[in-house]
Design a protein around this ligand. Sequence first.
Ligand SMILES: O=P(O)(O)OC[C@H]1O[C@H](OP(=O)(O)OP(=O)(O)O)[C@H](O)[C@@H]1O
Ligand SMILES: Nc1ncnc2[nH]cnc12
Length: 217
Amino acid sequence: MFAGDQNGLQGDPRLKAISEAIRVVPHFPKPGIMFQDITTLLLDHKAFKDAVDIFVDRYRDMDISVVAGVEARGFMFGPSIALAIGAKFVPLRKPRKLPGEVISEAYVLEYGTDCLEMHVGAVQPGERALVIDDLVATGGTLCAAIRLLERVGAQVVECACVVGLREVKGQHRLNGKPLYILVEPRQLTNCSAPSVNGVAVNGVETCRHNDLYLSAT
Ligand SMILES: O=P(O)(O)OC[C@H]1O[C@H](OP(=O)(O)OP(=O)(O)O)[C@H](O)[C@@H]1O
Ligand SMILES: Nc1ncnc2[nH]cnc12
C-alpha cells in the first residue's frame, strides 16, 4: 500500500517499487509482529535512491539545517538526505553510545522500551530540524526525538519515515508535528500461525500482498 493520497505523490510509480522492495517478515522479533525489513530496500539501488530523492525534493527548500536520524535505521537514510539538502546530520543514539555530554529521553516501543540520546551542543537553539527514521509504529520513538530537539531550542519542522502505520498517520501521536511517510506497511496473508506457507517463523518470506497491517499490540 502506498501513502500517495497523503504525501502528495498519488500515482507516483516510485512508491510501488519502494513498497515492494521492503521485505515483510512475519513474527519477527516476536509472534504477531509483521516486521517491515528495509534492508531489502537498501539492496535495490533505484528504489533506495528514489526514496532518498523524494525526501530531498521535499526538504531542499525548507531551510532545514539539521537532519536528526534515529538509531539505527534512521542512519541509513538521514546522512544522504542531509548531504543533499546542505544540512548537518545529528545521530540520535541508543543509551551509552555517545561519548560526550548527552541529554536523554525514554520512550515505549511496539516491542519494549528504550531511550534516545543526543550530544549537547550538536544542535543550537533556533535551528530548523527534520527527524528521519525508517518506520513509525506507535510514534514513541519520534516523540522522544522531537523532545530531545525541542529541549535544546530547535524547531522540528517535520518527521519523515519510509513506512508508516495507519494508526499514527497524521499528527496526533507526534506532539502536533507533521509526519511525512512514503508507504504503508505490507502484510502477508494467512500468517497467523508460526509457520506460514511452509516458511519458518522468522523466515525471509517476501510479502506480495498489500493489505492490512497486523500489529502484536
Ligand atoms: O514508532 P515506534 O513504535 O516508536 O517504533 C518505531 C521504531 O522502531 C524501530 O526501531 P527499533 O527500536 O526496533 O531499533 P533499531 O532501529 O535499532 O532496530 C524503527 O526503526 C523505529 O525507530
Ligand atoms: N513492524 C515493524 N517492523 C519494523 N520495525 C518496526 N519497529 C516497530 N514496529 C516495527
